[in-house]
Design a protein around this ligand. Structure first.
Ligand SMILES: [Zn+2]
Length: 193
């Protein structure tokens, strides 16, 4: 019979996204094989991230500062709007974009009662001074499309160009998991909406 302590560790890993029983078991055994110093490093990294990171007041990405470095140093004529901070990481990996980001922390879903006021849309509107283009980079799923249409309706009348990532990311696909080339193309071939 499996030790209760081991089962507890495996169960803890299983709570992570995309980790099944097999991977969770591998991670648990790996931890046991590590030196105490290595384990402590891992624990410190987790605890530090959890204790220190919070949302940037401007863009909604994670930062240890009040306003993140990106918001301070970016080209402020373009804002790339994403659903979650993890989508920002996907764009950061391709390295082709120098503008601002804005995480909405969700997308519209009227059936679930998620309306504009539940998302960081008011915060987005308050950042548009001097912005010439808003790139809506929500996922190509129902909520992402609905949110893009909604944002275009309220932002275009302000005289600001609104664009949408080009197709290439399959319908229902996720930006977070898109490969770099696909994301690069989707960004450079973006279309006005
Ligand atoms: Zn920021």
């Amino acid at each position: 019979m499996e030790s209760e302590i081991l089962s507890r560790l495996i169960a803890a890993f299983r709570s992570l996204p995309a980790v099944g029983q097999k991977s969770a078991t591998r991670y648990a055994y790996k931890i046991i094989d590590m030196t105490e110093g290595e384990v402590q490093n891992l624990i410190d990294a987790i605890v530090d991230a959890k204790r220190t990171l919070h949302f940037c007041r401007e863009c909604g990405n994670y930062t240890e500062l009040l306003v993140c470095e990106r918001c301070l140093s970016a080209d402020k004529s373009t804002i790339c709007v994403v659903r979650d901070p993890k989508d920002i990481s996907a764009f950061e990996r391709i390295g082709d974009y120098n503008g601002l980001y804005h995480a909405l922390h969700g997308t519209l879903d009227f059936q679930k009662g998620i309306n504009a006021e539940h998302l960081r849309i008011r915060e987005l509107i308050s950042r548009l001074n001097g912005v010439r283009e808003v790139i809506v980079a929500t996922n190509p799923d129902i909520g992402g499309e609905l949110t893009a249409t909604y944002l275009a309706q309220i932002i275009k009348p302000l005289g600001i160009k609104v664009t949408r990532l080009a197709h290439g990311i399959p319908m229902g696909g996720e930006i977070e998991y898109a490969d770099e080339l696909t994301l690069k193309r989707a960004l450079s071939d973006r279309k006005e909406i």
